[in-house]
Design a protein around this ligand. Sequence first.
Ligand code: SAH
Length: 447
Amino acid sequence: MTEDGEGIGKIDGFTVFVKDAVIGDVIEGKLIKVKKTYGYGRLMKVLMPSADRVVPPCPAAAPCGGCQLQALSYEAQLRFKESRVRGHLERIGHFAELPMEPIIGMDGEPLRYRNKAQFPVGRNRNGEIVTGFYAGRTHSIIPMEDCQLGSPVNRLVTKTVTSFMENYQIEPYDEENHRGLVRHILVRCGFHTGQVLVCLVINGKKLPHHEELVSRLREQIPGLVSVSLNVNREKTNVILGRELINLYGPGYLEDLIGGVRFRISPLSFFQVNPLQTEKLYGKALEFAGLTGDEIVWDLYCGIGTISLFLAQKAKQVYGVEIIPAAVENAKENAQINGMDNAEFFVGKAEEVLPEKYRQSGGSMAADVIVVDPPRKGCDEALLETMVKMAPERIVYVSCNSATLARDLRYLCDRGYELKRVQAVDMFPMCVSTEAVALMSLVSEEEK
Ligand code: SAH
């Protein structure tokens, strides 16, 4: 299967990509597009189902397209992800002997793991207000209130909001003519605290009768702590705008990861699978090998999740993050946890770190550097400075094993050795894969 979850099939040696076919299926398909060296097919009939094929747990799996791997057993999903990370490290990183540990999957049922959901609001063919998802590659809404990846509370929230809209004749947003008010319903849940935050994304500045909505939500939703509006008046596919208007509560919810408390606002980046996040960060902490004396840099730190997790065991942690609001959250999070050994800087990691290193006249040192970059990986200017700083250990948390492999190769050509690689499944049913790697500095004698 490809990185998008399409089946890769062969017919007389010719490669064909077929959506909805899974590894091991023998299928009958229809060629719908043919290029020189490959083509695309449509699945017509499964002639011999793969031993790993299962009935998707969600009835809307096929039209929705949000999950790509539902027709594959969970064991097979894990094998697929582990082998993708391995493949990237071998092919792109040219690592021959990989110190790779078996992927960490979810312990219980790999469903209902997401702490965040965003439902578009629209009308169905009968004119009723509905929430659901966009049918693959289109913008027509297929009604669906109970996504199997999300919390059961989502359904209660969407029902409460849509019935409020019906009662007060509040229009859902219509993309075609850029009219109507309510665009999306955002729900976030704190899995450890049971807190729930609701935010309505609106094409305007005001929601008529908002006190009534707040009072209905407070009545219906256990754990509700915050209700807010997000203003998005642009003609855009981007869900959230920048402006927030608070209607009820503090404007954020709180949740815990490994005993550290975090404040999460509608706009904050926060890992969506809290149970697996704890395992991922636990591995990062283990790889960092902290004893309490270390200086640690956490680059691409977001709201300081990894930084504060590490600060519990380090002497001093410095975090760098490009989004100013996230850095504000990070500082606040340090404070509410009573941690005074974490400091945060706003800016690009590839500018802040080299700049600080230059200012120190090359004396700035670190024992451990942790990076958790977006999909495109680390900028070379950053990697270059990391090599100059020569920390004992580098821990690389990655959501894209292709750029991970590229960056590990860079570091391993410049004095580092790859010690451990661990894939963690943060997104069951979906193709994305997270991995964490440990590199250590090769000492002079070993060279
Ligand atoms: N470590 C955090 C966030 C990881 S997501 C966590 O686990 O929660 C990657 C983060 O990198 C995002 O917060 C994004 O805003 C930030 N980012 C993207 N490009 C950046 C850059 N060039 N320099 C610093 N931060 C960047």
